[in-house]
Design a protein around this ligand. Structure first.
Ligand SMILES: [Zn+2]
Length: 519
């Protein structure tokens, strides 16, 4: 018998979520998309095909992270379901959309080559999305006022609370605000209420711990904004956007043979990421009892985006990534890992730009993960001035030998950073920052070394060695230990540099100084 595999995936999720810079809009938008994905899509499919059984993994394979995979009996039903779900998204959100494709699948393929068929469907999906392109252009009349919040659609309503003329799409995002819904955090919390079906025995302790973990009192004010988050930060006013995504997920899924295996794997990865995120956040709530210090913006499948404060971001994501690696070993040989980008900026900085930066950082992290054999990798950047979110330019020009005021004549390539970092390297960097702080290392000395870094390689070494020589003993030990851990390696190389096997040199000093004020 031939059935039809239907693959649905939300279009440009981040564009929809970050259409406005208002946290409560984003919170509502992500909650809405998640409900559409996990609940309403199912309801609509059941309207098209009443005997659709959500409990049967050979029908409802999974729905998470904006995607859904279902199997329907014939082409007409499949087409009807796709149209109905596409209409559902348009009607509910106005500006968000979803694309669906269908491919025939035989009983044999359900049991032997399921992952490959899904890959084929994903390929068709990408093609269809490309055809859809940017959507329709709007008729623009001279008297038309564009939405004050998103500037994408004509304004049609007045938001008396914010004194803004807003469009239909933004009106929907703001309509639930008075109930102070907690968006995705409610969903993340729900892992404490339910046990995943056929979880591996290695997860027993994790599941027991999260089931018992209560966080009912966080936070007191449910409708906080980015400014309120920034006020909780150690470096007042700053926030961190953390964006993590599973490495080599496509490859692993492709290799799964049966629809049952596929369904179980996708559901368990989804549960795992939510569960360890919940545990990581819940463990930190007692230290921030009254203040808001995070908001979950995306969580589903192998995707996670959290806005938090910089002093929480690094340790939190290291913990989540280590947990993800550890527990996923029970799902696939060698386990899974995360590519992670962390963008730090002032709470007033446009969140859409921060999101793009975090995405670019995540891509660099994933590239290094691929090169270094697959472990989790973190890249980060601090936005200090306009233009400092142009990552290509910063990494490929400013933070290379081109960045020196007096470039070296020897033609040796330099990198003024060691980012992206593996988890062990990042942990070590954080430990060093804390040791510097622990001994009260003078910030002015760090800054002098940092400035010399951009002067010339020789000047950088001169200042670094002078600082070591002049520092008092406890300071010298800390500084020297840092240079030992992150530098030198071969005899002619002097701190703050590290000699690489390919003859190039790099330094972690700038990375240390950059995150220093935030920890
Ligand atoms: Zn709008």
């Amino acid at each position: 018998m031939t059935q039809w595999l239907v693959y649905l995936d939300t279009d440009r999720i981040k564009e929809y979520l970050f259409a406005t810079s208002v946290l409560s809009d984003i919170r509502q938008a992500s909650g809405l998309l998640d409900r559409l994905n996990r609940e309403d899509t199912l309801t609509v499919i059941q309207e098209v095909y009443p005997s659709f059984n959500e409990k049967n993994p050979t029908q409802y394979v999974y729905a998470a992270g904006g995607s859904a995979l279902v199997i329907l009996p014939d082409e007409e039903t499949a087409e009807g379901a796709i149209r109905a779900v596409e209409r559902l998204y348009r009607q509910t959100t106005v500006t968000a959309s979803i694309t669906g494709v269908k491919v025939p699948i035989s009983d044999g393929e359900l049991q032997s080559r399921f992952g490959e068929r899904v890959r084929w469907a994903r390929h068709l999906l990408r093609e269809r999305k490309a055809e859809k392109g940017k959507g329709h252009t709007l008729p623009v009349a001279p008297y038309m006022h564009f939405c004050d919040a998103c500037a994408q659609l004509p304004a049609a309503y007045y938001d008396a609370e914010r004194y803004e003329l807003i469009c239909r799409a933004c009106k929907i995002k703001r309509s639930g605000r008075s109930e102070a819904r907690r968006g995705l955090w409610e969903k993340v919390k729900s892992v404490s209420q339910k046990r995943p079906l056929d979880a591996p025995s290695e997860w027993k302790a994790l599941i027991e711990e999260t089931i018992g973990l209560s966080v009912s009192s966080y936070p007191e004010d449910l409708d906080f904004d980015f400014d309120a988050l920034g006020e909780s930060a150690k470096r007042n006013g700053y926030i961190a956007l953390v964006y993590a995504d599973g490495n080599r997920m496509g490859q692993v899924l492709e290799g799964l043979n049966t629809v049952e295996e596929y369904s179980r794997f996708a559901r368990l990865v989804d549960d795992l990421l939510l569960r360890i995120t919940y545990r990581g956040l819940a463990r930190r709530i007692p230290n921030h009892r009254k203040q808001p210090f995070f908001e979950v913006l995306m969580a589903g499948g192998d995707d996670l985006m959290i806005v938090t404060i910089p002093d929480v971001a690094f340790d939190l994501i290291i913990e989540i990534a280590r947990d993800f690696e550890r527990y996923s070993k029970a799902l696939v040989e060698g386990g899974l890992s995360l590519g992670i980008g962390i963008a730090i900026a002032h709470a007033r900085y446009p969140i859409a730009a921060m999101q793009r930066l975090a995405t670019d950082l995540q891509k660099r992290a994933k590239r290094r993960s691929f090169e270094t054999g697959g472990g989790s990798v973190v890249d980060f950047a601090v936005v200090t001035a306009a233009g400092s979110e142009d990552l290509e330019r910063i990494r490929d020009e400013v933070l290379t030998e081109k960045g020196f005021a007096f470039p070296p004549p020897d033609g040796v390539p330099y990198r003024l950073t060691q980012r992206p970092y593996t988890l062990d390297e990042l942990q070590k960097l954080l430990d060093h920052v804390r040791k510097f702080k622990g001994v009260g290392f003078p910030h002015s000395q760090l800054h002098t070394m940092y400035e010399a870094l951009f002067h010339s390689p020789v000047q950088a070494s001169l200042v670094a060695i002078q600082t070591v020589g002049r520092a008092r003993e406890s300071h010298r030990d800390v500084l020297w230990a840092f240079f030992q851990d992150f530098g030198i390696r071969t005899a002619p190389v002097l701190p703050p540099w590290r000699g690489r096997d390919d003859g190039s040199r790099d330094s972690a000093l700038g990375d240390l100084v950059e995150i220093y004020p935030f920890l």
